[in-house]
Design a protein around this ligand. Structure first.
Ligand code: ARG
Length: 660
């Protein structure tokens, strides 16, 4: 057992076992019935005291082990919850489930974290007829705080807030851990499966800015789950099975009669779609034939499947260009995949008596919902509702997903609400066990605050938008004369990184629930909360160590031997900021709002700047410019900041460059 982590864990388990035994012994000493009527009561009391003492020591060690032996990055907020949880239970045995609230403090002068439980506890006690002030409860909580190595001091403020100040040695130790192990996620109790349904454009139609949002947000969610060790299935639920295929295939047959033997050169599927739509609306015969085509496609006649495949392929190639730019991995599993399962789904609802007929349609009313789902249309066809019910069932029972997330615009909120309610009604899942969630988002607006359009009023094509981003990012780099400093390859890399990074970050840094204004000028600005600013910040931090001629090996050595000092106020602030990363991720995991991560990265970058402005990392000779002293612990702070920023970028899908 040479691995320190496994030997630590083994020791931890032994200790926990011993603690349980000791606690049981103490309990039995307390119980007078279990005492034999011997005259050795004094002796037993003595033993009891010793046992309690040992138990305390063991508990203290346990705490220490918890915070030092694992490789993953500790969630300081959780550690505090642990400590306060013990104290709260001990100070209020009257309450079965006392509230446990520990949150980071917004204003640093009041301490680093705050425990706000006392107020709610006083209320709960009052309801039980016990009168005690929140301040008194707060005092009790503090008295009952177990020995620990993370809290420097506590103080009571206002009506009963407990302000918590962290210990420097604790923060410093966690930073060393981070430097030695990298950013390691907390261990998962069991491997969980997540399905993320995102991007999901419609075949033969243009992928629009709404799909761009879904693509960016969904990809970032996947990256977060992947980092946290989940088994992630990224699904592209493309619209590939609608009635529109009837007219598309009918038009294909007319325009490219030999489509079965040679691939038709459809370069502009949009135009092709428009042509067929026009004919559908104007030519009665064509319309009839289009309907027949749908029926023949749905009964899977090979010729029709071939035509359908050809059209899907053209779309696929278009979508793939966007995914390549944005570095998106996704598996296509469109509506057509669920075709046969839809029949099953309808049977199941019918069989369980959970559907009804309504003017020829088959509908499903879920409890508490005022509108029904339509699962079979009056012409016998299935709908968007049917395919989503089938997809949900497949994901629950075949994929055995623990978490299923749908990333679409908020306009589809009702649709998903109905689908989820129907699925619960029929007993497919229990929301207490499986997390099924629609992560909706607002619309993209132009700078005029109206729906995002081109100057001529057309919808914006995504590839044009991405190309425009590339052009603007190159203009910006040239404005700053970076083309004179960087090699041509470096310049191209920087161009892509800035362009696509900025487009992604602009989306992710806004609360997804809200609409957001798309502005190249704003997103490419290198001041403020933008990817451009953060990308520059990271390259700058990385260049500090490079310019001081410190390589990775030296940093590693330093991480093992040099304590990260946090005496300067700005070092202290930066150190604590770095360590908030795990609690930020925890929050994003809970509410799927990625802007919290963006805000954090921005705060980290500005906190770093404050530190760098007031703390010398390298001291140079004023005359010669020669390095005379390297303050290694500060280099370590630079490195820890860069490590967290890089991990944050990875989760946001932003690609940092070495030089820009
Ligand atoms: N294709 C749909 C659209 O463009 C989005 C599909 C979202 N996913 C789903 N399972 N309904 O609006």
């Amino acid at each position: 057992m040479s691995d320190p982590v496994s030997s630590c864990t083994a020791r931890l388990q032994l200790q926990e076992q011993e603690i349980r035994t000791l606690s049981a012994e103490i309990e039995s000493l307390k119980n007078p019935q279990s005492l034999s009527p011997s005259p050795h009561l004094e002796q037993l009391r003595d033993e009891n005291t010793k046992l309690k003492y040992r138990l305390n020591i063991l508990k203290r060690n346990l705490q220490a082990e918890r915070s030092h032996c694992s490789k993953h990055m500790m969630n300081v907020n959780l550690l505090l919850q642990d400590v306060f949880g013990d104290a709260i239970r001990a100070s209020c045995p009257e309450l079965d489930d006392p509230p446990l609230v520990v949150t980071p403090n917004q204003q640093a002068k009041f301490g680093d974290y705050q425990c706000n439980s006392a107020m709610a506890m006083a209320q709960m006690l009052k309801a039980k007829g016990i009168k005690i002030s929140p301040r008194e409860i707060a005092e009790k909580i503090i008295q009952n705080l177990p020995e620990n190595d993370l809290i420097q001091k506590t103080e009571i403020a206002g009506p009963g807030f407990i302000n918590v100040h962290l210990k420097r040695t604790f923060v410093s130790k966690l930073l060393s851990n981070l430097l030695l192990n990298g950013v390691q996620p907390p261990p998962l109790a069991s491997k969980k499966k997540v399905v993320v349904d995102f991007s999901s454009p419609n075949i033969a139609k243009e992928m629009h800015v709404g799909h761009l949002r879904s693509t960016i947000i969904g990809d970032s969610m996947c990256r977060m789950f992947e980092f946290l060790g989940y088994d992630v299935l990224r699904l592209n639920h493309v619209g590939d099975w609608g009635t529109q295929f009837g007219m598309l295939i009918a038009h294909l047959q007319d325009k490219f009669p030999d489509y079965l033997t040679s691939s038709p050169p459809i370069s502009d599927l949009q135009a092709f779609y428009k042509e067929s739509k026009k004919r559908f609306d104007e030519e009665e015969d064509f319309k009839k034939r289009a309907y027949q085509c749908v029926v023949r496609l749905q009964s899977k006649e090979p010729e029709f499947i071939k035509g359908w495949n050809l059209i899907c392929d053209v779309s696929r190639k278009e979508f793939q260009r966007v995914y390549n730019c944005l570095d998106i991995q996704i598996i296509e599993r469109g509506e057509s995949f669920y075709q046969d399962m839809m029949t099953e789904v309808v049977k199941e609802f019918e069989g369980k008596g959970l559907s009804q007929l309504d003017e020829g349609r088959r509908i499903v009313f879920a409890p508490g919902q005022s509108v029904p789902l339509t699962i079979v249309k009056s012409d016998g066809g299935f709908t968007y509702d049917t395919s989503d019910l089938a997809a949900l069932r497949q994901r629950l029972f075949d994929e055995k997903a623990d978490i299923i997330i749908y990333v679409t615009d908020s306009g589809q909120a009702t649709h998903f609400q109905l689908v989820f309610a129907a699925a619960q009604m029929i007993g497919w899942y229990d929301p207490q066990v499986t997390r099924v969630e629609h992560a909706g988002f607002g619309v993209v607006l132009g700078e005029d605050k109206k729906k995002f359009k081109t100057r001529s009023g057309d919808t914006v094509r995504l590839m044009d938008l991405l190309d425009e981003g590339l052009k603007r990012s190159m203009d910006k780099l040239k404005d700053k004369e970076r083309d004179k400093v960087l090699t041509p390859e470096e310049l191209l890399k920087a161009q892509r990184s800035v362009a696509f990074g900025c487009i992604k970050y602009a989306d992710l840094s806004h609360n997804r629930i809200n609409d957001y204004v798309f502005s190249f000028d704003k997103m490419l600005d290198d001041r403020g909360n933008t990817a451009a600013y953060l990308l520059y910040a990271l390259t700058r931090i990385r260049s500090i160590t490079r310019l001081a001629n410190i390589d990775e090996a030296m940093l590693r050595k330093a991480a093992e031997t040099t304590e990260v000092l946090l005496d300067h106020e700005k070092e202290w602030k930066l150190g604590k900021c770095i360590l908030r990363f795990p609690e930020i991720l925890q929050k994003v995991l809970d509410d799927l709002l990625l802007h919290t991560l963006c805000d954090f990265l921005y705060e980290l970058a500005t906190t770093f700047t404050e530190f760098y402005d007031s703390c010398y990392c390298v001291e140079k000779d004023r005359q010669t410019g020669e390095v005379i002293k390297v303050n290694m612990w500060r280099m370590l702070l630079c490195e820890a900041t860069a490590t967290i920023m890089a991990k944050g970028f990875e989760i946001l899908g932003i690609n940092p460059v070495h030089r820009m």
